[in-house]
Design a protein around this ligand. Structure first.
Ligand code: NAG
Ligand code: NAG
Ligand code: NAG
Ligand code: NAG
Length: 403
């Protein structure tokens, strides 16, 4: 009788152990990694007849983080500090690391997030009675864009260009269906737009509205269609296939997974890793990890958080959170399932699910697959010379059909 009782008890606990997903409250935080899009910026193009001439104060360059964008990213840092009180509030380079692509708005965004996260304390006050009293300077690491091994989008990658070209060719029906709106927008904006430039108008409208500027009537009247086109432009250009998404975000995903394993094997003390990047790196991750089926161009400041957690038995889990609120909405993260894994995904399972998409080197996978794409219409031949990883010159000749 007694034996039976214990058998039942054992069975129940065994059953519970393997069927009930673990909840966040049964775990403690080990470390976090967050990948975010930069904050809201000034336009990327000049617009003729644009009455909104407020951008010059952000330097004469295009695409600079604006006051609102700086505040937005600072607020994200403050949010992280409140959400994760266990992260050490004293900046220490062995515990917190920030990396950004070598673009002003990404470097500045990373800097603002770190400023929100780390203030000087009693022992680290470096200036007294100053407007800078609450500011602690934190280094932001970067690599030149043409040799960045994690954020590879601005390095030569012939295979990526090939896929993008194919994706655009396959999208021609959608392009044709947008001919009406394209002509209307060309005429009313006075800009010589092609289908893959139409996103600019939705972009301009979002930025103008965010900075309290009036939105051109011809844009606001067609806003829904323009946002659809913007999302289609974005999808086709960056994440139309898993291979394309892998060429964008595969190395970043590899870095995230490897870093958690370094943490588990205690080869790093780091508890916070920050990545200041662009929207397509986030979408690439969404695509590879299958966290959504509805892809839209992420908002300024959109972000993933990857939490490494541990239960009382020493098992590690990855919990993935996603935020995509508009600049003027409160920061809202929601947990997402990675490739069908439970929210609190055992770390080994996480790694094996994403393993087909991890990139450790772009040398092979960036090579062209189709040497020539011939066509009866016009063709163009471009010759690019890049320096291979061994330092040798690699010359490739691409013949691509002009759409
Ligand atoms: C926080 O970091 C400081 C500086 O590295 C260290 O002296 C302190 O022990 C850390 N505190 C905790 C709770 O880990
Ligand atoms: C803070 O900055 C303002 C404007 O530059 C200046 O007038 C003021 O003296 C500064 N305050 C301190 C404590 O440095
Ligand atoms: C798109 O338009 C071109 C030019 O009018 C036409 O030749 C082509 O067949 C159209 N393609 C599709 C898929 O609608
Ligand atoms: C955010 O801004 C947009 C565009 O200006 C506006 O339509 C929306 O109502 C705003 N939302 C909030 C919560 O303020």
């Amino acid at each position: 009788m007694k034996v039976l009782f214990f058998l039942i008890l054992f069975w129940i606990s065994f059953f519970k152990r393997f069927t009930q997903a673990i909840s966040e409250s049964e775990t403690t935080l080990v470390s976090i990694q967050t990948v975010f899009n930069h904050g809201i910026r000034s336009p990327l193009h000049n617009y003729p007849n644009n009455p909104n001439d407020i951008w010059s104060r952000y330097s004469s360059s295009l695409g600079q983080l604006t006051d609102l964008g700086m505040k937005q990213m600072y607020d994200y840092g403050v949010f992280l500090r409140q959400k994760y009180p266990s992260l050490n509030s004293t900046y220490d380079r062995t515990r917190a690391w920030a990396l950004a692509t070598d673009h002003d708005r990404n470097l500045q965004s990373a800097q603002m997030v770190m400023t929100g996260l780390f203030q000087p304390n009693q022992n680290t006050i470096w200036i007294k009675n100053s407007n800078l009293t609450g500011f602690y300077p934190v280094p932001i690491h970067t690599a030149p864009v043409e040799c960045d091994q994690i954020f590879h989008r601005h390095s030569p990658c012939p295979r990526f260009n090939e896929i993008q070209e194919e994706a655009r060719m396959a999208n021609v029906a959608k392009e044709n269906a947008s001919e009406g709106i394209l002509w209307k927008m060309k005429c009313q904006s006075n800009i010589d737009l092609g289908y893959y430039d139409l996103w600019r108008l939705g972009d301009k409208a979002l930025i103008d509205a965010a900075h309290g500027l009036s939105v051109d009537k011809y844009i606001s009247e067609e806003m829904n269609r323009l946002m659809d086109v913007r999302n289609n432009n974005f999808y086709v250009s960056y994440i139309s296939t898993l291979e394309q998404a892998q060429l964008i975000s595969g190395a970043l995903l590899n870095q995230i997974v490897s870093y958690f394993y370094r943490k588990i094997s205690r080869t790093t003390q780091n508890e916070l890793y920050l990545y200041g990047a662009f929207d397509y790196y986030l979408s690439g991750l969404q695509r590879l990890m299958s966290t959504t089926s509805k892809f839209t161009q992420p908002n300024f400041g959109a972000a993933f958080i990857f939490e490494l957690r541990k239960d009382s038995n020493g098992n590690h889990f990855v919990q993935t959170l996603w935020k995509d609120n508009a600049f003027n909405e409160s920061i809202t993260f929601n947990p997402v399932n990675v490739l069908g894994c439970e929210i609190m995904c055992p770390v080994d399972k996480f790694r094996s699910l994403v393993s087909p998409y991890l990139v450790t080197s772009f040398d092979e996978i960036c090579k062209q697959k189709k040497l020539t794409v011939t066509s009866t219409t016009s063709t163009t031949t471009t010759t690019t010379t890049t320096t291979g990883s061994t330092g040798s010159k690699v010359t490739t000749t691409t013949t691509l059909r002009m759409a």
